[in-house]
Write a protein that binds this ligand. Structure first.
Ligand SMILES: CC/C=C\C/C=C\C/C=C\C/C=C\C/C=C\C/C=C\C=C\C(=O)SCCNC(=O)CCNC(=O)[C@H](O)C(C)(C)COP(=O)(O)OP(=O)(O)OC[C@H]1O[C@@H](n2cnc3c(N)ncnc32)[C@H](O)[C@@H]1OP(=O)(O)O
Ligand SMILES: NC(=O)C1=CN([C@@H]2O[C@H](COP(=O)(O)OP(=O)(O)OC[C@H]3O[C@@H](n4cnc5c(N)ncnc54)[C@H](OP(=O)(O)O)[C@@H]3O)[C@@H](O)[C@H]2O)C=CC1
Length: 300
């Protein structure tokens, strides 16, 4: 009998850590993004960190921007040492447009350009709608949706409107079927998916492409931990996903790389789903897991 093909990730060494990859095999030419600059919100940890690494391994310099300077500085050191490219850490809160303005000014002063914006920063937790406070819903909308608009608008006004550019938003497929405990994040990401299409139409004539990558469960991040990912994995909740596992950060970074780069030069307003087929299937396993997780802990 033929051996069952192994469903391994692109990079099996991509374990739950924010360290740079120990080995890396280029999928595109290593100079795909040469001389370009990418601005990555939430680039100091999780998926954003890996996006920064993979873009840098394809030739560009990066800015990683979020609220915690210590975390960002540490991340920038690791990224530069692994890739040989420059990485500028900047403190910024996507909820505060004036901090984004200063960050983009600093980017232009340091690098003289910005070619790619990755809207990756987000906030999330599991909470049933009945327990969710008005302020909790508003907070997630402000980070995920307003934050994405704020950063896009500042970068467009300051650079993209005259030079063109590429925006990639990070969404999630969790709201595609409707899911318990996630009305705040699902609503925020759905708004972002609409924003992608609207801005693609408005800014296309200025040479700006706007696209989205929509991940399913992606291991090795604070978001995954908060949403009970490790517990779900141990309990076999991801067996119902067609690819039978959670994804990894490198797999999301590769989807982002494609959309951000000239490989996708005629692609705009699209949503690239990278979820192992999760949202296509019956949500029963995952719904059951969410029940178990929420009964174990009111706040993860
Ligand atoms: C397709 C398949 C998809 C899914 C599979 C589904 C199920 C599988 C089973 C299990 C899940 C397994 C894996 C995960 C799968 C998918 C993950 C999908 C999406 C992941 C998204 C993310 O990861 S987003 C990134 C996560 N990271 C962060 O959130 C870091 C940043 N976070 C923060 O800064 C905070 O947490 C914050 C968002 C709350 C904002 O902080 P701050 O501004 O300081 O706000 P606060 O003042 O603290 O709070 C504001 C109000 O919010 C209330 N609050 C805060 N935390 C909670 C909580 N845990 N529960 C309820 N309410 C909370 C707080 O009380 C405040 O409200 P008040 O009314 O009290 O003022
Ligand atoms: N992991 C998963 O399973 C999935 C993740 N996603 C999406 O992927 C993206 C990354 O998530 P993930 O890596 O898992 O989670 P992390 O918690 O590791 O990353 C979130 C990042 O956002 C930053 N951030 C949060 N709030 C703000 C803010 N107000 N201003 C600036 N930066 C902020 C955080 O930095 P700091 O705290 O320093 O500000 C952090 O670096 C998110 O958009 C998430 O919704 C989607 C589907 C599944």
């Amino acid at each position: 009998m033929a051996e069952k093909p192994q469903l391994v990730s692109v990079s099996p060494e991509d374990i739950e850590t924010d360290e740079c990859l120990r080995t890396y095999t280029h999928i595109y030419s290593p100079d795909l993004l040469i001389d370009q600059v990418a601005f990555i919100t939430g680039g100091g940890s999780g998926i954003g960190f890996r996006i920064a690494e993979v873009l840098m391994r394809h030739g560009c310099d990066t800015v990683i921007a979020s609220r915690n300077l210590e975390k960002l500085s540490e991340a920038a050191k690791k990224l530069t040492s692994a890739t040989g490219k420059r990485c500028l850490p900047i403190v910024m809160d996507v909820r505060q447009p004036e901090t984004i303005t200063s960050a983009v000014d600093e980017t232009l002063k340091t690098f003289g350009r910005v070619d790619i914006l990755i809207n990756n920063a987000a906030g999330n937790f599991l909470c049933p709608a009945t327990s969710l406070s008005f302020n909790a819903f508003k907070t997630v909308m402000e980070i995920d949706t307003m934050g994405t608009f704020n950063a896009s608008k500042v970068v467009f006004d300051k650079w993209f409107k005259d030079h063109g550019g590429s925006i990639v938003n990070i969404s999630a497929t969790l709201g595609y079927r409707g899911q318990a405990l996630q009305v705040h994040a699902g609503s925020a990401k759905a708004a972002n998916d609409a924003m992608t299409r609207h801005l693609a139409v408005e800014w296309g004539p200025s040479g700006v492409r706007v696209n989205t990558v929509a991940p399913g469960p992606i291991s090795g991040t604070e978001g995954y931990r908060r949403l009970g990912g490790s517990l779900a994995e141990t309990a076999g909740a991801f067996r119902g996903i067609p690819l039978q596992r959670a994804g990894n950060k490198t797999e999301i970074a590769h989807a982002v790389l494609f959309l951000a780069s000239r490989a996708a030069s005629y692609v705009t307003g699209t949503i690239l789903v990278a979820d192992g087929g999760a949202w296509l299937t019956s949500a029963n396993d995952m719904e059951r897991m969410l029940g178990i997780i929420s009964s174990r802990s009111a706040k993860l």
